[in-house]
Design a protein around this ligand. Structure first.
Ligand code: FAD
Length: 465
């Protein structure tokens, strides 16, 4: 008899896990999946192009319901199929419609919930978040009949929502509590370039602003936002994009140990040995997650255990950032703000709106910000991931892989590739999972918070390229 495997959450992490199981060990399990959204599996990242009208709903589907049938996976999708309780003693899950499903192994992949600012009026009609297809549908419908929108939060999600609504014909103001947008991904210089570009496309900004309350009419619909400085902006729609929180209520109420997220070890096992977890709902060695790349790594590690190989260990690697707004090229990764022992290389071409900053520590690249020209992002990402010693290529580093390779050969010094021992695959012999990265285009939102201190050495290269 096959073991019963139940998956709660049919989002990006859960969906990836299923694909890995199908590819490796489907014969070991009877698989049942519960998802509280009424679809197969879709690419949440692509909600931004969906809002902007660059993709259709069909384009963003990864696996339709038929895929589940074809692979003998029972999918229960829809609000009534949300799991409301895990009975760990009896090893069964209970859905909102009262149905009971037993398991031998359970995987929790319940993702995150958007954070809603705890201000007066936050629950008025017309105040929404940006998390799922239903949110995008609300934004598109509102844009058809209303003119003004406010997006609270100038991070990646907020800017993508704002540009999408602008494309749909709305006048959008981005409200942000910092003096540049994307301040967790960009330094001041790149942030100003981005702000200028977005403003030229019709976006308004209210920066260094703190929301005091949201005002509504007698029907309970939003009409304005008021700030701590007393000023007000009238609006027909507010999109809150101010962060996410791991969705842990189900796990917590069922006695699965949680802190910020569901606590898992390096094999993604929770404190209950029959229960695993992955994705944005987990906390691993103090880290929580907000990007797809690490979740895909987690799916590979977990399937290694579900397939009873039992050797892979999960480790968190730095992840790159990219804004999905057509025509805006930016890339950010690692410790891009100066720290005590760093050196900084900067290239700036004002005429072409190009800005590049590389941060070096102990002869390795530790951070990068690219604005306007991101072609070398993958190269820098590899150098950071692999902790490559860049001593021999340092003078050419700013000019990219081509020149670095050429000069390494000319000077007879080891090329960055040759000096690396990382295979970027799952290395079974050493039991260390290396990341097989998805394309850079599919990643965004960095969560790192570097400390800012005086930087001792700065080399600035200014000029035209
Ligand atoms: C608009 C947008 C753009 C993004 N862009 C990028 C990007 O460019 N690059 C990037 O790397 N990341 C991006 N992200 C983040 C990325 O989408 C997430 O990291 C990823 O979706 C998280 O996967 P997950 O499976 O953990 O959670 P989710 O994809 O949210 O899946 C969790 C699923 O579990 C369901 N669920 C929750 N509780 C229950 C329950 N009790 N019973 C049944 N089902 C339940 C939820 O409804 C949801 O369907 C973006 C996110 C958004 C919203």
């Amino acid at each position: 008899m096959k073991a019963k495997l139940v998956l709660i959450g049919n989002g990006m992490a859960g969906g990836k896990l299923l694909e890995e199981i199908v590819a490796t060990c489907a014969d070991l399990y009877d698989i049942t999946v519960f998802g509280n959204e009424p679809y197969g599996n879709y690419n949440r990242i692509m909600l931004s192009p969906l809002l902007a009208g660059d993709k259709t709903l069909d384009d963003i589907m990864i696996n339709h319901r038929q895929w589940y049938t074809d692979h003998d996976i029972q999918l229960h999708a829809g609000k009534e199929k949300a799991i409301v309780k895990i009975d760990r003693a009896r090893q069964q899950v209970i859905a909102a419609d009262g149905s009971i499903t037993p398991y031998h192994r359970l995987v929790i992949a319940t993702g995150s919930q958007p954070f809603i600012l705890p201000v007066e009026g936050a629950h008025l009609e017309g105040v929404i978040s940006f998390r799922d297809i239903a949110d995008v549908e609300k934004m598109i419908t509102t844009a058809q009949s209303h003119r003004r929108a406010i997006v609270i939060g100038g991070g990646l999600l907020g800017l993508e929502a704002a540009m999408g609504l602008t494309t749909r014909g709305m006048q959008v103001t981005v409200v942000h509590n910092h003096d540049i947008p994307l301040n967790r991904q960009l330094d001041a210089q790149a942030g100003m370039l981005l702000k200028h570009e977005l403003a030229s496309r019709g976006l308004s900004f209210k920066l260094n602003a703190s929301t005091h309350k949201i005002i509504g009419d007698e029907q309970g619909r939003v009409t304005a936002i008021q700030f701590d400085d007393g000023s007000k902006i009238e609006t027909d729609l507010i999109v809150m994009a101010v962060g996410i929180r791991p969705n842990i209520e189900l796990a917590k109420s069922s006695g699965v140990y949680c802190e910020k997220g569901i606590i898992v070890n390096d094999t993604l096992q929770t404190y209950d040995p029959r229960i695993y977890a992955l994705g944005e709902c987990i906390e691993h060695r103090g880290d929580t997650f907000g990007l797809v790349a690490p979740l895909y790594d987690q799916a590979k590690v977990l399937v290694n255990h579900l397939s009873e190989h039992g050797i892979a260990r999960y480790q968190t690697l730095p992840t790159a950032t990219k804004l999905k707004v057509t025509g805006i090229h930016l890339f950010s990764m690692g410790k891009f703000l100066e720290s005590q022992h760093c050196e900084t290389l900067i290239f700036q071409d004002d005429a072409q709106n190009i800005y590049k900053k590389l941060v070096i520590e102990n002869e390795t690249l530790v951070g990068v910000v690219l604005y306007g020209d991101t072609k070398e992002g993958a190269f820098y990402s590899e150098l950071i991931d692999q902790h490559t010693n860049i001593k021999h290529i340092r003078p050419y580093l700013m000019f990219g892989r081509g020149l670095c390779d050429e000069m390494s050969i000319t000077l007879g010094s080891p090329s960055p590739d040759a000096s690396s021992s990382d295979t970027s695959t799952l290395d079974a012999a050493s039991s260390i999972p290396h990341r097989t990265r998805p394309p850079i285009e599919q990643r965004s939102i960095t969560v790192e918070k570097p400390k800012v201190v005086d930087c001792p050495k700065t080399l600035t290269v200014t000029g035209s390229a």
